[in-house]
Every structure is written in structure tokens, then in C-alpha cells.
Design a protein around this ligand. Structure first.
Ligand code: GLN
Length: 302
């Protein structure tokens, strides 16, 4: 496995310097773009890693996966009346479909969908962010996971677009709590800092029919787990989901902090980190490394 990671690393590393770090969140603009790490966790919990795999980074939209899991555990199938399961084909922070579709976001991984899911967890947890932080600590066997307050505050200060989405959904009666309260929880979750090793461990249940070996916990039923992987495959990489399926063929989720997770059902969870993003906001080297991995070993689910 280490030889495989070394080969991918050597192939993709020359691309460092291409792409651009997210600067619409000012606190992320100063991140060093020349970082690159990969970690793979098998379903026995063994980790293989290379490069900057132990460097904590802002998980951003990867948090949407964990928040969705928490909501699925507290709501029945009825939650899918408030958020859909179709790809959007539009940028992650788009508002346009909300008006055509009565304030029901297309899926839980675009920002509008993640905000509705955050509204759900806000209604069920006394302190939603602490619930989420403790959840990812359990899943990754690491009690040293914290939100970066500077990043969370920077996002809150520049919240206009996410606030606009949430208020629009409130106008359609698809938002129960105070918008600003939910935004605080959502930004704190996005600002959690985890390494590739943490994230490969924390998402391992997705490869293992919903069971987390680290937490020794059945996090989702096998059926729910299949639903989450299907959503990741169709919507996890935003409007690059189609070409990611074509090139990589694995359920995956990206964040504008430069992380990408991918799942090989029944076998492995993978996390790649490199902060410079491509035009749709996915890690440039992250997508390239997973493409290289898929070419070398035929792990595509299709
Ligand atoms: N916190 C970011 C936002 O709301 C998350 C976006 C992302 O990682 N794609 O804009």
C-alpha cells in the first residue's frame, strides 16, 4: 500500500502550485498551498499515509457528511421532505434552485441543503456544535479535535450568501430556528480542524456498512449507509460529481479547506489534502491523486 501511495505522490506532486486556495473566507486565504498528504484506512483500522497526512486542516464541507449522519439518527425518513437527494449541477453556494423548488434544497451537500440539515440538528441538540465535535472525536479516536475560532468568525463575518439562502428557506417555512444561531453552528462545524489520518478514520464507517471500528459504534444502519454513499457519489463533489464518477468512480466529498474523502465500499476510506482548489472549489491535487489511484487500482464501484 505504501508503494502505491508513493507512486501517486510522485506522479501528482509536480502539480503543486496549480490551483488557488479559497479566499472568499479571508481566514483561509493565508493557508500554505504547497501542502499535500494522503491517508488510507482499511476496515480493520490500519492506516497507511504519506506527506502532510498528520497536518490538521479546515474540514469545511466534509463536515456536512457528519452532520447529515447526526440528523439521520434523530429524524426518520420524513427528513427527506425537507431536503432532496438529486444532484444540483450548480455551484455549491447557488441559491437559484431554491426559488423554483419551494425552498427545498436539491441535496444535503450543497450549502442550502447543509443549512437545512444544520437546522434539524439545531432542533435536537442543546449544543449542536459540541455534539458534532464529540462525534468526530469518537469516530477518529482523537480527543484533540477543535474548531478554529478565527476561521469560524471569519465565515460568520462574511455570511451574507449563506444567510440569504437560510432566510429564503425560512420564507418557505423550511427553517425552524433562528438563522443566525444555525449559521454559528454550521460555521463552527466547517471550522473543525482534522488531519487526513483523522478523516480517513472518521469516515471509515462509510466503507464498513455503517460500523465505526474506532468508536466501536454502529453509526448508521447498512441501509442508511448505502443512502449516504449514493448521495456522496451523486452530489459530494458538486458540479464535478459527474466527471469524478467518470474518472474516479468512488463516493467522495470535498471541502474548500482542500480535503477530499473517498470511500471504497467494503475495503477502504481515503483522505487527500492539498489546499489549492480547481475552478469548482474541489482540491486540485485531491482530485488528481484520486484519479491516479483509480487508474492504478481498479476500485471504481461502477
Ligand atoms: N463553509 C463553507 C461555506 O459555507 C463550506 C463550503 C465548502 O467547503 N464547499 O461556504
Amino acid at each position: 500500500m505504501l508503494e502505491l501511495l508513493e507512486a501517486i505522490f510522485d506522479e501528482v506532486k509536480p502539480m503543486l502550485g496549480e490551483g488557488k486556495v479559497a479566499d472568499y473566507i479571508p481566514a483561509l486565504a493565508s493557508v500554505d498551498p504547497h501542502q499535500f498528504g494522503i491517508a488510507i484506512c482499511d476496515i480493520e483500522g490500519h492506516i497507511t499515509s504519506i506527506g502532510d497526512a498528520d497536518v490538521p486542516f479546515s474540514i469545511q464541507s466534509i463536515s456536512k457528511v457528519f452532520n447529515l449522519v447526526l440528523a439521520m439518527n434523530h429524524y426518520g425518513e420524513g427528513m427527506w421532505e425537507r431536503v432532496g437527494c438529486e444532484p444540483s449541477g450548480l455551484p455549491f453556494n447557488s441559491l437559484v434552485q431554491l426559488e423554483y423548488e419551494d425552498g427545498i434544497p436539491r441535496n444535503p451537500f450543497i450549502n442550502a441543503g447543509a443549512l437545512v440539515v444544520s437546522d434539524m440538528t439545531q432542533s435536537r441538540f442543546a449544543s449542536p456544535h459540541i455534539g458534532m465535535r464529540d462525534f468526530v472525536r469518537r469516530l477518529s479516536c482523537n480527543d484533540n479535535i477543535f474548531a478554529n475560532k478565527v476561521v469560524a468568525d471569519s465565515e460568520f463575518e462574511h455570511r451574507a450568501r449563506n444567510a440569504a439562502m437560510a432566510y429564503l428557506m425560512k420564507a418557505y417555512n423550511n427553517f425552524e430556528n433562528e438563522v443566525e444561531d444555525v449559521l454559528h453552528s454550521y460555521f463552527n462545524n466547517c471550522a473543525l480542524e482534522m488531519s487526513c489520518v483523522d478523516l480517513a478514520r472518521a469516515t471509515n464507517f462509510l466503507a464498513n456498512r455503517g460500523y465505526s471500528k474506532c468508536a466501536d459504534e454502529q453509526v448508521l444502519s447498512p441501509d442508511q449507509n448505502r443512502q449516504v454513499n449514493a448521495l456522496l457519489a451523486t452530489s459530494g463533489m458538486y458540479d464535478e460529481a459527474g466527471s469524478f464518477a467518470f474518472k474516479v468512480g468512488l463516493p467522495g466529498k470535498s471541502g474548500v479547506g482542500g480535503g477530499v474523502i473517498a470511500v471504497v465500499p467494503g475495503r477502504f476510506s481515503i483522505c487527500v489534502f492539498s489546499p489549492a482548489l480547481n475552478a469548482v472549489g474541489n482540491s486540485h491535487l485531491g482530485v488528481a491523486a484520486l484519479t491516479s489511484l483509480s487508474k492504478r487500482i481498479n476500485w471504481s464501484v461502477y
